[in-house]
Design a protein around this ligand. Structure first.
Ligand code: FE
Length: 207
């Protein structure tokens, strides 16, 4: 699979223009940078990943949807109204009791925008991109996630054509929960693989 950087090359000049505009508007007193930070944070951590959390919660609650997500994630996710901005395909990778999945883009910053919104800064950082492949266990430990030595870690390298969504394990003690309640347990990091789903008693706490 070729790794097309077209999308990435577009991002930098665009980001530079946004920065320039922000600077001018701030200098003229037309915008408040703190207010912009709040908006960006909302898209980074709330609005975006909520889509993916709904996908995961539905897969937990509905075995037929889980099967569909496993066999054709692009269509299953599209059925909920979340589709790729650049025509990329989605693949869902399911954590099991034996295997943990971790997503990276080693060459740039390909990321499933349609389900996770804006990528976190660390996802685009060279340190994460290189070390996630060389030493995934060590990287996960830095995220506070110490997996048992017997747990296999699979690393998935995203491309412009194919983006991955990690489906974390459903926490115990959530039997009978509504999809809405379940979705509250699914953080952005759990869907990248740098975290796990929250336990029921952590519901409502920040990721
Ligand atoms: Fe990329």
């Amino acid at each position: 699979m070729s790794h097309d950087h077209h999308h990435d090359n577009e991002l930098d000049p665009f980001a530079a223009r946004v920065r320039a505009l922000e600077t001018i508007l701030t200098r003229k007193g037309l915008i408040d940078p703190a207010a912009i930070d709040v908006i960006v944070d909302t898209y980074e951590t709330k609005v975006g990943p909520r889509n993916g959390a709904r996908v995961v919660a539905k897969a937990w609650a509905d075995p037929a949807f889980a099967d569909w997500l496993r066999s054709d994630a692009t269509a299953a996710i599209g059925s909920l109204g979340y589709s790729g901005r650049q025509g990329e395909h989605m693949q869902a990778v399911f954590n099991t009791k034996d295997t943990h999945n971790l997503v990276v883009c080693t060459l740039c910053s390909c990321y499933p925008w349609s389900v996770l919104g804006l990528p976190p800064v660390w996802y685009k950082a060279p340190a994460y991109r290189s070390r996630a492949v060389i030493d995934p266990r060590g990287v996960l430990e830095e995220f506070g996630l110490a997996l048992p030595a017997t747990m296999k870690i699979r690393v998935w390298d995203s491309t412009a054509e194919l983006r991955y969504l990690v489906v974390p394990m459903r926490p115990a003690g959530t039997e009978g929960w509504s999809e809405e309640r379940l979705a509250d347990l699914v953080s952005r990091d759990a869907m990248i693989g740098t975290g796990l789903a929250k336990e029921p008693e952590q519901a409502g706490q920040p990721a």
